[in-house]
Design a protein around this ligand. Structure first.
Ligand code: CTP
Length: 471
């Protein structure tokens, strides 16, 4: 293992540990990631003694090359260098009194500390003291679990999860991120303890949710969240997509599993977190817009609009960022049917211009979402859609080159309309502006100033307006 501890900083810690006669170990994610061959910059060090003292001594040795932060209340300290963040903590033991939920935290041994960790794969430790430098301490078979791709808690999972209920989500996140199997006993404990997630802050939950969404195949995580019952508690709108209703022998597709397929499809192509969120939410309006029509069967009319409207409330409730990220997701959800509708009809220049105008710079993302949304099992249908999509894409490119609609601003501004006709800011100004915009998008006039100015005069005359100098 020594070759993985070659960084100079490990030598320094080793010397300090020996000088102060304290046992010292690298533990947790850093060690796990060595075996997974994932480079990591966050190093956790456990000291059987004082973590803060050790951090101070290291910072002294590194002088100006390091920044030291001490968190006295937690008994931890951090040393930050150009390329590493090293967290020091004293080994601790927690014991629970029968009449209190609050644990008594005392100094402990390495073993006590390992007992308190979330999963066997995160409880591996490497000794840093010179005599035993690089020695692996693995009391729970974490290395085996890494080899067999298993997530399991070191202790009885009811105890591990009760210590910190966020670990239930972490377990599912690691399973999804690493493609590991969540051991049955551990999974059942999540289902049993799910209500305890209620004491965890939304921010911590979102960190894990985002990591699940960013995993290579996010459906793995969402299926586990759903099966354990956690999803119903943290994201009920997604669970509402589940199920197939049948009337007069006609059923509709299960929108939950369809959504997960779309999310997986998008995730194969992009690391854009918010595009992945858009995939997750694209059909969120379906349960509320579902109708059964005797002639048409199941319909979800306006689910794009209804879904877009739901996003504000979902983001607010879940404490997701209510800024341009949310606006982007709203836009994607609102527009997600447009390219597909286009591809079903004759692709007119005017419809393509409007799509370009509404999507702006996000047009490629929208097309990606839309293609990912084709999950039909009918190969003929898929072929037809994909073919039509090619036509839409070509047309988009052709029109963009010709008309530069993507970042289109109508060439005649409201100011100019007001000045020309000596008008105050009013709805009539807006009306003229919109007519100019529509004329350009519909190809009635080119996207140029002169033509737009001329068109403005014509529209104004129709509305009974004349410039003051002609009155
Ligand atoms: N840990 C824990 N319980 C938690 C969080 C963390 O037991 N709720 C322990 C684990 O041993 C973990 C270590 O603290 O390996 C470091 O935690 P953290 O840096 O949050 O996560 P990593 O395991 O390093 O993984 P990632 O960076 O992917 O979150």
């Amino acid at each position: 293992m020594k070759e993985h501890l070659e960084h100079k900083v490990f030598q320094l810690i080793s010397e300090i540990a020996d000088d102060s006669e304290q046992e010292c170990y690298v533990i947790g994610g850093y060690v796990r990631d060595i075996f997974l061959k994932r480079p990591s910059k966050d190093i956790d060090v456990v000291v059987v003694g004082s973590g803060i003292e050790m951090a101070e001594k290291l910072a002294n040795k590194l002088e100006k090359k390091a920044v030291l932060s001490i968190f006295k209340n937690f008994g931890t300290a951090q040393v930050k260098t150009k390329d590493l963040e090293i967290e020091f903590v004293g080994a601790r033991r927690e014991s629970y009194q029968r009449d209190s939920r609050k644990p008594i935290v005392e100094d402990g041994t390495l073993e006590d500390d390992q007992n308190r960790r979330d999963f066997t794969i995160n409880a591996l430790a490497l000794c840093l003291n010179k005599e035993r430098f690089g020695e692996l301490i693995d009391p729970f078979g974490g290395l085996n679990d890494l080899k067999n791709k298993v997530i399991r808690t070191p202790l009885n999972p009811d105890i591990t999860f009760s210590d910190d209920p966020l670990r239930m989500m972490r377990g599912i996140r690691f399973a999804s991120q690493l493609g590991f199997f969540l051991e049955t006993n551990t999974f059942e404990a999540i289902a049993r303890n799910k209500e305890r997630i209620g004491i965890i802050s939304k921010e911590r939950i979102n960190d894990e949710l985002n990591k699940i969404i960013m995993s290579p195949k996010p459906s793995t995580g969402f299926i586990l969240l759903d099966k354990s019952g956690l999803l119903e508690l943290i994201f009920p709108e997604l669970v509402a997509l589940k199920g197939i209703e049948t009337k007069e022998g006609i059923g509709h597709k299960d929108n939950f599993y369809h959504t997960l397929l779309v999310l997986d499809n998008v995730s194969r192509q992009t690391d854009n977190l918010w595009l992945r969120w858009s995939a997750l939410l694209h059909d969120i309006g379906k349960p509320r817009s579902k109708r059964y029509d005797k002639k048409l069967g199941w319909t979800f009319h306006n689910h794009d609009f209804v879904g877009m409207k739901m996003i504000h409330e979902i983001f607010r409730k879940m404490k997701l960022p209510m800024n341009e990220k949310m606006k982007y997701v709203q836009k994607m959800v609102l527009l997600h049917m447009r390219p597909i509708i286009l591809s079903e009809e004759e692709v007119t220049d005017s419809a393509v211009r409007r799509l370009l105008f509404d999507a702006g710079n996000d047009i490629e993302d929208l097309m990606m979402l839309c293609e990912a949304d084709i999950t039909s099992k009918n190969p003929e249908k898929v072929k037809r859609y994909k073919n039509n999509f090619k036509i839409v894409r070509n047309k988009l490119q052709e029109i963009e080159e010709k008309d530069r609609i993507r970042n289109f601003q109508p060439p005649v501004k409201g100011e100019e309309i007001m000045q020309t006709f000596n008008l105050p800011a009013s709805s009539i100004v807006g009306e003229i502006k919109m007519k100019i915009k529509d004329a350009i998008l519909d190809g009635v006039i080119p996207n140029e100033y002169e033509a737009a100015r001329e068109y403005m005069m014509k529209v104004a005359a129709e509305l009974g307006l004349t410039p003051p100098e002609q009155r």
